[in-house]
Design a binder for this molecule. Sequence first.
Ligand SMILES: *Cc1c(COP(=O)(O)O)cnc(C)c1O
Length: 333
Amino acid sequence: MDISRFPRRSYTSGSTPIQRLDRFSRSLGADGPTVYIKRDDQLGLAGGGNKTRKLEFLVADALARGADTLITCGGIQSNHCRLTASAAAREGLHCRLVLAGAEADFRPDGNGNVLLYRLLGAERITTVPWAADLAGALDQAAADAAAEGRRPYPIPLGGSNPVGALGYVACAMELLAQARDAGLDLQHIVLPVGSAGSLAGLLLGLRGLGSPIPVTGMTVLESRAAAEAAAVALIGATAAFLGSPVTVPGDQVVCLDDYLGAGYTLPTPGMIEAVTRLARTEGILLDPIYTGKAMAGLMDLVRRGRFAKGENVLFLHTGGAPGLYAHPEFFPG
Ligand SMILES: *Cc1c(COP(=O)(O)O)cnc(C)c1O
């Protein structure tokens, strides 16, 4: 699987570490697997996280096309919008954001990612209702920028198109090389799923490199069926974009929605337990919206005996910890 012909910016030096979580694994019981974590929360740009890998390819494409303004969209507290603003600052580009949510939830003086949009110099932030047509609002923002004489480069929700998914094809290559060098035999990979670009790129990359490691995505945004359908579609589109004959059988595209709770961004007891446990056993911060719920899912599978003792399970930490500062009320004690 060759992605070297695609233009790419470099925002991280070296590979993100893979760490063995001895104290966390033991805390889940003596009969469970050994849990490892890949620290994509330590990717470059402000605050790190999975969108940095996608933006290496998306921003390179924007620059190749002569764009001067990155425009993207997300929820009110969007890690993707924060990292897009960071990439724009790094490249000397303008950045505009379209945020979906209740107007009352968007306080320009808010904390977490909202504070960082402003600090990173996002020049215009518009808000639309959560139920609005977000892709349409993004197109409108791009049309407005063009009418003002800008050369806009719109990036879809979560950076999840074939260009962005290349970032997680690259992650699959990095991860397999690290595991091989360390003599680490992985039996399973778990990660959170939102717009499904990370899952799609990772699965395509793994299978393209001949690795059969099963992957489970924990969806925090949509139903299982919707998340799996989005991943399947993006795997196909990304393979076509790459000109690759690799396919991923549908039964290998697995998302669980059991840990989503009442909805996107809404806290669950399992999320609170997972964030607190990883912080106190390993000193590693998860986030309340994505990785906290995905780790709650992994912990539940361990408790249900899904993995054998001695098996190695890798959790992909996709970042998001700045979102903790937007929700101190989730962690009162
Ligand atoms: C966006 C995001 C995800 C989801 O990644 P997708 O590629 O959109 O599925 C997971 N974790 C964090 C912290 C994110 O910001």
